[in-house]
Design a protein around this ligand. Structure first.
Ligand code: ATP
Ligand code: MG
Length: 588
């Protein structure tokens, strides 16, 4: 949906000169080779994410600076400096070596956002061991499926999680050679068949020569959110660090003195690329909150920690909106200078809400597990058109294409035409495979284009507008309807907190639009409200596109990464099997 209003950049919005000043000019001169030169030269010509992120700074004036401030209810803030992080990740790397775990093997982590999670991710990378962080809320099945798919040799988890989710199921993960446990009470563990991580760390050396890795060596395994089907395992390499660095610079505008908060858990690719790697590459201090979402708590963190750059997701923004602006008014955010969002389309309402309540608009950006880093973004360098995901970053070539019957694609040059969003091969963080699924990997490319599976439009100014996932688009009486447009219109109504629409089979129209909505605090479900919403949508969208049916739900089903699962609403509506629900967030 193209909003007529634009949020213009003004000099007073920018308290610091942005890293990306002139978008067009930077795109013209940009090269990945130049980014490579910006990163420090690593010994032996190697390229390792952890060395670039940590050791380089530990050897500089940033040594004593906090890399992480880890917050948890009822305990004092836990600070980890760059120097400490370097030594601790060296120790972890040595722990793996002492166990005989080497380059190319895979390590899984199942833990909340505790210090050991960050140490294990980076320590593993130093050893050339590929790492896959999992959501700690996963149950035994999703854990075993992923460990088996990734042939995990090592699992790092806590004593409590082990007892609840692994102990009885360990036989189902035959590739696992070692389980390293962290005691949740901060002490040591003595569980048969496992090793106590704190003891191993205590006896390991804190000096370590990093295993020489190259840009093409496997670094991270990330599973997709499972929004459209069974989650896929995407393979990423050390060379991705170039994208992490450049996107941290251009899309998040990280400056070394920033206090940065990425609210994503490392169990989702955002929480690793932008909750761990990109901020460290830029030498900033990151806030990590171990607790779950809580509106009051989040505003207090933004205020009390002096957050200057905030990266969050539409689902969280909608929850803050639902909690009401009055809570926000109790807090002040004078240090906040840039807010960004990823994961789902960001409704124009939410962009404006940011401006009204936080004092600055949200900058939507787009990417996927497969792309490894941000590809399209609203940056500080240009005006925001609320509802648009922005423009391709320097180094990223995007296009709208249509797939042809012979498997080739045709680029659609004309503006404002819908088609599939495609990216030209060659950005460093491109995934290098789907685990166990070569055929699927091959099919996601056509010639020089990677096909994203998302439908979008590009306007005459080069801004991209999300239409919907190819799987979610509705065909009704000859119209192609993108769910996002309908959902955004519903969200404009003051009663609506969240909306999801699906196509429901219909003998005449092919499909009709059905909407599911949850309501803001202070609104009650009623027939009158349903009629009012139907009327509102018809006025905003016209009868052909507006929903024919609206149902109320107290909460919409979503993935652990916060995405609304339309396929589940559809399966339930049609009485079909629910399919893979491993990433479904537990209901209220
Ligand atoms: P699966 O591939 O298993 O169905 P998923 O695609 O949701 O899951 P992710 O890789 O976590 O898994 O999510 C990427 C997708 O999220 C994108 O392809 C897009 O559909 C959606 N997305 C991310 N950011 C945005 C955005 N800013 N606007 C619109 N959609 C977005
Ligand atoms: Mg996907």
């Amino acid at each position: 949906m193209e909003s007529s209003s634009i949020i213009h950049k003004t000099a007073s919005d920018l308290r610091l000169a942005p890293n990306l000043g002139d978008y067009e000019a930077e795109r013209r001169v940009f090269s990945w080779a130049a980014v490579s030169r910006e990163l420090a030269d690593q010994p032996q010509g190697a390229l390792n994410i952890a060395w670039q992120a940590v050791d380089r700074h530990a050897a500089s004036s940033l040594r004593g600076k906090a890399a992480f401030r880890i917050l948890a209810r009822g305990t004092p803030t836990h600070f980890v400096t760059y120097g400490q992080l370097s030594a601790l990740t060296n120790r972890f790397c040595n722990v793996l070596r002492d166990l005989g775990v080497g380059k190319g093997e895979r390590l899984f982590i199942l833990a909340g956002r505790i210090p050991e999670l960050y140490i294990a991710i980076l320590g593993s990378l130093k050893n050339g061991t590929a790492v896959s962080p999992l959501f700690s809320a996963f149950g035994p099945d999703p854990i075993a499926t992923r460990v088996n798919l990734g042939e995990g040799a090592v699992l790092v988890t806590t004593d409590m999680l082990f007892e609840r989710k692994i102990a009885k199921w360990r036989d189902r993960m035959p590739s696992l050679k070692h389980v390293l446990l962290v005691a949740e009470d901060g002490g040591t563990t003595a569980v048969p068949g496992t090793l106590d991580l704190s003891s191993l760390m205590a006896s390991a050396s804190d000096a370590c020569e990093i295993t020489p890795t190259t840009a093409e060596d496997m670094a991270l395994l990330h599973f997709t959110s499972g929004t459209t089907g069974t989650p896929k395992g995407a393979v990423h390499v050390h060379g991705a660090v170039l994208t992490h660095w450049s996107t941290g610079r251009y899309a998040l505008d990280l400056h070394v003195d920033d206090i940065y908060w990425c609210t994503a858990d490392p169990g989702w690719v955002t929480g690793t690329s932008y909750g761990v790697i990109a901020p460290l590459l830029h030498g900033v201090t990151s806030i990590v909150d171990r607790e779950e979402f809580d509106a009051e708590r989040w505003y207090a963190i933004l205020q009390d920690e002096g957050v200057s750059i905030w990266y969050t997701a539409p689902t969280a923004i909608r929850m803050l909106m639902k909690a009401g602006a009055d809570i926000a008014k109790k807090y002040a955010f004078p240090r906040l200078r840039f807010a960004a969002s990823v994961g789902e389309p960001l409704n124009p309402e939410a962009v404006w809400w940011g401006k009204q309540v936080l004092g600055l608009p949200f900058h939507d950006n787009w990417w996927q597990t497969e792309t490894g880093g941000i590809m399209i973004a609203n940056t500080p360098a240009f005006d925001i058109k609320p509802g648009s995901m922005g423009r391709p970053l320097p180094g990223v070539e995007a296009a709208i294409v249509s797939r042809q019957a012979d498997g080739s694609v045709q680029v659609i040059e004309a503006p404002n035409k819908e088609g599939e969003l495609a990216l030209k091969r060659g950005w460093p963080s491109m995934f290098r495979g789907y685990l166990n699924s070569e055929e699927r990997y091959r099919k996601s490319f056509s010639g020089e284009w990677y096909l994203t599976g998302d439908l979008a439009r590009r306007d005459a100014d080069g801004y991209y507008w999300f239409v919907g996932r190819a799987d979610d688009v509705i065909k009704s009486a000859g119209h192609l309807i993108g769910p996002f447009e309908v959902e955004s219109a519903l969200m404009e109504h003051p009663a609506v907190a969240e909306a999801a629409v699906i196509g429901k089979p219909d003998p005449i129209a092919g499909e009709v639009v059905k909407a599911f909505v949850s309501l803001n605090n202070g609104f009650e479900q009623s027939e009158a409200l349903r009629m009012a919403l139907l009327g509102h949508a018809r006025t905003r969208l016209g009868a052909a596109v507006a929903p024919k049916e609206i149902a109320f739900l107290t909460q919409l089903p979503r993935t652990r990464s916060g995405k609304i699962m339309r396929r589940l609403l559809k399966a339930r509506e049609l009485g079909l099997p629910e399919g893979d629900t491993s990433t479904l967030e537990a209901g209220p």
